[in-house]
Design a binder for this molecule. Structure first.
Ligand code: ATP
Length: 391
């Protein structure tokens, strides 16, 4: 990025406690948490478990009662709070934009405070609008009230990113959006993050949002402590306690289908050949395989056509241009849930999976997905057995 793409820095919470004056139990109690550079770490938990307090201690909107917070290895206590906040973007629910300022003025707040020249600010505003998927021409001079909730939230993200801070704090940023806008902006955030690799602390009490967004998830409970800190798939297959399991709710296998990508599972193998392969050789492979068809690939290993055993039997010499074009395929980046949907709507019972550069990477059938589901269930059974529960 033009501003020297500041990647993320790690954040370390060490025995951090916050007791509000007059409060009973502390809002946050001896919290230890390591947030790796460039990751999205989600704080997930029920209302009142201390998520917002934890987040606000990172940018010193709230001062810890005890313990230490290191940002990029430096204690936040040794960093001037105003300076600290300029290096930490903050996104809140309903964006918190100033209604009397244009979109451009809202985004430009921090750069203006930093005394950037006018031209650089204007360029940065346009760059950020493009980055969050809004056309600068259309939006830079609009006022927030004219925009949808999703658009306002995008501007909120653009504003937080304005001075290219290494850290972003996002407190229930998409909580007020309808489900469709919410899905879309989550996807946008993940796309942005691939490019920017910020360190993002993201607060939510929505389990599905946490599973989708988080590289790691910290599940918190009252009073302000972490009961499990792990990757999403591990949290689903191996919740640390009955409490965590209850909080996650049912449907963990379906959720795993949403979390698991086609590239993560063992794919089917079906016979394949290039157009210059001898039809007899391919026929032998198809007979051995027993499913009655093969794929023809081009020189870059991209699937071209399906060919049936009966058709192969009638060909002498190279396979050539025989067969039926491949019209539907599955990308290895798809979730198993989306792949299943594609498979159920296709008129063949097996589809080729495309890896990098759309090259053939394997095949997927209902059986493949079923095997994946079964191995997920087997892992869950193993976990229950380990914990001494009935399978
Ligand atoms: N300024 C304050 N003064 C006194 N108590 C507070 C203050 N802010 C938060 N608390 C208390 O600290 C505890 C944790 O609050 P916090 O807002 O961090 O929880 P949360 O997990 O973010 O909740 P929610 O999901 O509802 O936002 C709560 O019991 C809350 O009442």
């Amino acid at each position: 990025m033009a501003d020297g793409a500041a990647g993320g820095v790690p954040i370390e919470l060490r025995k951090v406690t916050k007791a509000f004056p007059g409060g009973g139990e502390p809002a946050v109690r001896e919290l230890d948490l390591h947030i790796p550079a460039g990751e999205i770490v989600v704080l997930l938990g029920p209302s009142g478990c201390g998520k917002t307090t934890t987040m606000r201690m990172i940018n010193r909107l709230i001062e810890p009662t005890s313990g230490d917070i290191l940002i990029g290895g430096r204690s936040s206590r040794d960093i001037d709070p105003d300076r600290l906040r300029r290096h930490i973007g903050y996104v809140i629910q309903q964006a918190g934009l100033f209604p009397h300022m244009t979109v451009a003025a809202n985004i430009a707040q921090v750069p203006r405070m930093l005394g950037w020249p006018r031209k650089r600010i204007a360029e940065r505003v346009d760059e950020l609008l493009t980055l969050v998927g809004l056309e600068p021409e259309t939006y830079r001079n609009s006022y927030p009230r004219r925009l949808s909730g999703g658009q306002q939230q995008r501007i909120g993200v653009a504003r937080a990113l304005a001075a290219d801070p290494p850290v972003l704090l996002m407190d229930e940023p998409f909580g007020a959006l309808d489900p469709i806008s919410r899905e879309r902006i989550q996807d946008e955030l993940l796309r942005l993050q691939e490019e920017l690799a910020k360190t993002i602390v993201f607060v939510t009490h929505d389990v599905d949002e946490a599973l989708k967004i988080g590289d790691h998830i910290a599940i918190m409970q009252r009073p302000g402590h972490v009961v499990q800190y792990a990757r999403p798939a591990e949290i689903l297959t191996n919740p640390a306690s009955d409490h965590v399991e209850q909080f996650l709710g049912g449907g963990s296998s379906m959720r795993l289908l949403r979390l698991t990508h086609v590239g993560d599972i063992e794919l089917d193998r079906i016979p394949y050949a290039s157009e210059d392969m001898d039809a007899r050789d391919l026929l032998r492979e198809v007979e051995l395989d027993g499913r009655g068809h093969a794929l023809i690939l081009d020189g870059m290993r991209r699937p071209l056509r399906w060919i049936a055993q009966a058709e192969l039997e009638g060909i002498q010499g190279p396979v050539g241009d025989a067969g039926e074009p491949v019209t539907v395929s599955i990308a290895h980046r798809m979730t198993l849930q989306d792949a299943l949907e594609t498979l159920l709507n296709a008129d063949t019972d097996v589809l080729p999976v495309l890896g990098r550069r759309r090259a053939y990477a394997g095949a997927l059938s209902l059986g493949t997905v079923q095997n994946a589901i079964q191995s997920i269930k087997a892992r869950e059974r193993e976990r229950r057995l380990r914990r001494g529960e009935a399978p």
